[in-house]
Design a protein around this ligand. Structure first.
Ligand SMILES: [Zn+2]
Length: 435
C-alpha cells in the first residue's frame, strides 16, 4: 500500500514537468538576485555570466558557488533580495567558529517551509489523527519551527514540548498519548533510556509508533536501535538552515534514499576538491540552490555534506523526486588513512551492529614509521573478560573492514574510560605530524 502523500500531485509529477518547473524557477531566481543582491551581481560579473545565459538546468554550473564563509561575510542582512519590512521571521545558527549565520523568511518562505516539512512528515506517517510531540528547543535554531509548521499544515495535534527535561517529555507522552515524535535521533535514544529508568517500556507502555529525526549522521544502526526500543518506524529528515531548515528531503517507506523536493530545491553532486559534477551513484558533495526562496535566495550552496544521488527513476512509493543517500559524512570530518577515506559515521555504523558496546568510541590516527595506523577505541557497556573482548575485537575489525575497506586496530576499553569534553567525546584524535 502506498503511504499517505501530503501533496500527491506534486510529489508524483512527471520528470519532464519537474525539470520545466525547475528551469523556470531557476531563471527567475537568478534574475532576482542579479538585480537585488550586490554580492551575486559582483560574483556573476567576475565570472562573466549574465542572467540570460541560464538557458538549461545544466547552465547552473556557470554560476558561482556559495560557501558558508560568504554568508558570514554578509552577516546579518547583506544577502537580502527583498526589503526588510517583508521579513517575518529570523533564525540563526550558533557560530562555533566566528560569527553565526543568520537566515530570514518572508511569509511565503514560511509557507514553503511548512509545505516541504508537511511532505516529509506525511511521508513518515504523520496524519491529522496523530498527537505530535516536538521535543526540540524552540528558539533561534530552525529545527523546532520547521516541524511545527509542517505538522500544523497536516492538522496533527502539536505538543510543543520543546527541548530538555527528559522525564517531563516521557510524562507528557504518557498523559497525552503521543503517537508521533521528532527530534535528533540520539535524543530519541536517550529518551528511551530515561523512560526505562522511570519503569516505562516505550515499546509497550507508550503509544509512539513513528518519528522523524535529524542527526549529524543518521546510520541504519541508529534507525534499527530506535525502531527496536520504541517499536516504531523511524525516518530521517535532511535540511540546512541556509535552505529553510529541516525539510529538504526525507526517506519514504522504502527507507532507501531521501526524496529531495525538486520543485523548491535544485541539487547537484560535485567532487569536493575540484567542484566538477560527478556521476550519479558516485559519492560527492551536495550542492543545493533554492528555487522559491524570496528573502535570501541561495545559489549553489556548498553544503559540505557527502552523499550520492540516485538515478532519477520513479521510486516504488510512487514519488518522482530525486533521491540522495543518507549523509555519509562531512567534507570537514573525513579522515584519510593510508589513502583510504574514512568517516566517523562509518565506524559508528560498524559498532552499532553489535549490542555489547555503547556508542562511545574514538578514532586514533598515528604514523608508525612511514605508515598511517588507525586504532578504534570502544567502550563496552559493562566490564568484559579478556575472552569476551577478543571475540568483540574480532567482530568489530571485520565489520569496519567491510564498511570502510580498511583494517583497523580495535581496542575494547572499560565503561567510562574515554574522556569526554562536556557530554560529547572527541571522536577523532589525529596524532600525525601534519606540518
Ligand atoms: Zn520513495
Amino acid at each position: 500500500m502506498k503511504d499517505y502523500m501530503f501533496n500527491e500531485k506534486i510529489e508524483t509529477l512527471d520528470r519532464k514537468k519537474i525539470e520545466a518547473i525547475q528551469l523556470e524557477r531557476l531563471k527567475n531566481t537568478v534574475h532576482r538576485v542579479y538585480e537585488n543582491v550586490a554580492y551575486y551581481r559582483r560574483k556573476m560579473k567576475e565570472m562573466g555570466v549574465k542572467p540570460e545565459d541560464i538557458k538549461t538546468l545544466q547552465d547552473v554550473r556557470k554560476l558561482p558557488f556559495m560557501e558558508k564563509e560568504d554568508l558570514r561575510k554578509n552577516y546579518p542582512f547583506g544577502l537580502l533580495a527583498v526589503p526588510m519590512e517583508e521579513l517575518v521571521e529570523l533564525h540563526a545558527s550558533s557560530g562555533t567558529t566566528g560569527k553565526p549565520t543568520t537566515v530570514v523568511y518572508t511569509l511565503n518562505d514560511i509557507d514553503v517551509w511548512g509545505e516541504v516539512m508537511a511532505r516529509c512528515l506525511a511521508m513518515s506517517g504523520l496524519s491529522k489523527k496523530d498527537i505530535f510531540q516536538n521535543p526540540i528547543p524552540y528558539g533561534l535554531f530552525t529545527g523546532a519551527f520547521g516541524f511545527h509548521y509542517g505538522a500544523r499544515k497536516i492538522g496533527a495535534l502539536i505538543v510543543p514540548s520543546s527541548g530538555g527535561e527528559s522525564n517531563r517529555q516521557i510524562t507528557l507522552m504518557k498523559d497525552y498519548g503521543t503517537t508521533f515524535m521528532s527530534g535528533v535521533i540520539s535524543y530519541g535514544l536517550h529518551l528511551a533510556k530515561v523512560a526505562m529508568e522511570m519503569g516505562i517500556d516505550p515499546s509497550k507502555d507508550l503509544e509512539v509508533r513513528a518519528g522523524l529525526f535529524g542527526a549529524e549522521t543518521f546510520t541504519e544502526g541508529l534507525r534499527k536501535k530506535m525502531n527496536d526500543l520504541w517499536d516504531m518506524d523511524a525516518h530521517n529528515v535532511y535540511g540546512l538552515s541556509e535552505m529553510c531548515g529541516p525539510g529538504v528531503s526525507t526517506d519514504c517507506d522504502q527507507h532507501d534514499g531521501l526524496h529531495l523536493w525538486e520543485d523548491h530545491f535544485l541539487v547537484e553532486c560535485v567532487d569536493p576538491k575540484t567542484g566538477e559534477p560527478i556521476e550519479l551513484e558516485e559519492k560527492g558533495e551536495l550542492v543545493i540552490s533554492t528555487l522559491t526562496k524570496e528573502s535570501m535566495p541561495i545559489l549553489r550552496y556548498r553544503t559540505r555534506d557527502l552523499a550520492f544521488l540516485y538515478d532519477t527513476k520513479e521510486c516504488e512509493c510512487g514519488r518522482t523526486h530525486i533521491k540522495h543517500s543518507t549523509i555519509i559524512g562531512r567534507t570537514d570530518d573525513m579522515i584519510i588513512v593510508s589513502g583510504t577515506n574514512i568517516f566517523p559515521s562509518q565506524i559508528e555504523e560498524a559498532l552499532m551492529r553489535h549490542q555489547e558496546s555503547g556508542v562511545n568510541y574514538r578514532i586514533i590516527v598515528e604514523k608508525k614509521g612511514y605508515l598511517d595506523t588507525m586504532t578504534v577505541e570502544v567502550e563496552s557497556l559493562k566490564k568484559l573478560s579478556n575472552k569476551e573482548k577478543t571475540e568483540l575485537i574480532r567482530h568489530y575489525t571485520k565489520e569496519i573492514k567491510a564498511i570502510t575497506g580498511y583494517t583497523p586496530k580495535v581496542r575494547i576499553v572499560d565503561p567510562g574510560t574515554i574522556p569526554r569534553d562536556g557530554i560529547k567525546a572527541k571522536r577523532v584524535i589525529d596524532l600525525r605530524d601534519t606540518s
